[in-house]
Design a protein around this ligand. Structure first.
Ligand code: ZN
Length: 310
């Protein structure tokens, strides 16, 4: 149902044409939307969107197709999927917005969208990191603080999708039953059983406690040549050690650039530790970039490492 004001006809048309692709996307991830959703128009084009249940109030004065699709996806997730835990219901709705954006505009566009959430919880997470007492902050599992259950949760779901892959996460979501979500570890177990992967450390750092954010930097880089017996020639290798100065661990993507190409891999670095990995390259490495923006970090200024003369 779309309730609209006179003069906003083209905005309404934008919403109506976005319904079908948005519904198809949401059905694939969350099952068929069942509860009717309502989009109601605001007279003031600058009014901030507001939602209640499956009702979204948003100005339809604009004709931004991307925004219309994203807003619809959010409400359709609520229509298809319910959870008593805000980090699950709202976190997944915001996560779905980003995945939908990725499907249409690519990963970078999705990370730009999810990046709008970063500022919301960055300051409170910095306070958590600085706090002396152990139980500072807001564990996602039972938070009713919007910045956490919307903004931080969107990132947590995105990181989980990157870690276990879309197929396993979809399976876990489709297996979710609100009535069964009593044990705090219910969601972790669903994703673990779908992905056959131990996620206890991740859930401990991001969901059951609020440990602040990671802070990655390249600790050392060592380019070297290896003999490839099969190919009968030397290959370029690089050994990279990344340190995490923060109190939350994460699996983070990193990119090694050389003259003509780049290689992106992922590396898990636990809280207050370092991890080492090696990468084979087609040419000599010149730069390493940790984190494409998919892992929220307290400091993003120390993530690029230039490799000088070897
Ligand atoms: Zn919502």
């Amino acid at each position: 149902m779309v309730l609209s004001l006179e003069g906003h006809e083209s905005g309404v048309a934008t919403y109506l044409s976005a319904i079908e692709p948005a519904t198809k996307f949401v059905t694939e991830w969350f099952g068929k939307p069942t509860a009717p959703i309502a989009i109601a128009d605001f007279a003031d084009p600058h009014a901030a969107p507001f939602e209640s249940g499956t009702l979204l109030m948003v100005s339809m004065a604009g004709e931004d197709t991307k925004l219309a699709g994203i807003n619809l996806v959010h409400e359709l997730v609520h229509s298809a999927f319910a959870s008593p835990r805000p980090w699950v219901s709202e976190g997944l709705a915001h996560f779905a917005e980003a995945v939908y954006r990725e499907q249409q505009g690519g990963r970078e566009a999705a990370l730009d969208l999810i990046g709008l959430h970063r500022a919301a919880f960055l300051d409170s997470e910095k306070e958590v990191a600085a706090a002396a007492e152990k139980n500072a902050g807001q564990p996602l599992i039972n938070t009713f603080d919007e910045t956490y259950y919307r903004s931080k949760a969107a990132y947590v779901w995105w990181m989980l999708r990157d870690m276990v892959g879309p197929a396993a996460l979809k399976e876990a979501i489709r297996g979710y039953r609100a009535a069964d979500d009593a044990d705090p570890k219910y969601v972790e177990r669903l994703i673990e059983s779908a992905s056959k992967r131990d996620l206890s450390v991740f859930f401990d750092d991001w969901v059951y406690h609020d440990r602040g954010l990671p802070d990655f930097h390249v600790q050392s880089v060592h380019p070297w040549k290896d003999k490839n017996e099969k190919a009968g020639k030397e290959v370029q290798m690089v050994t990279i050690t990344v340190e995490n100065l923060g109190s939350a661990g994460a699996e983070v993507p990193f990119t090694v650039q050389c003259e003509a190409s780049e290689i992106t891999n992922r590396l898990e670095i636990r809280a207050k530790s370092a991890a080492t990995t090696r990468v084979e390259l087609p040419c000599a490495p010149v730069e390493i970039v940790i984190n494409d923006g998919s892992v929220p970090e307290s400091d993003l200024t120390n993530n690029v490492f230039r490799i000088t003369e070897q």
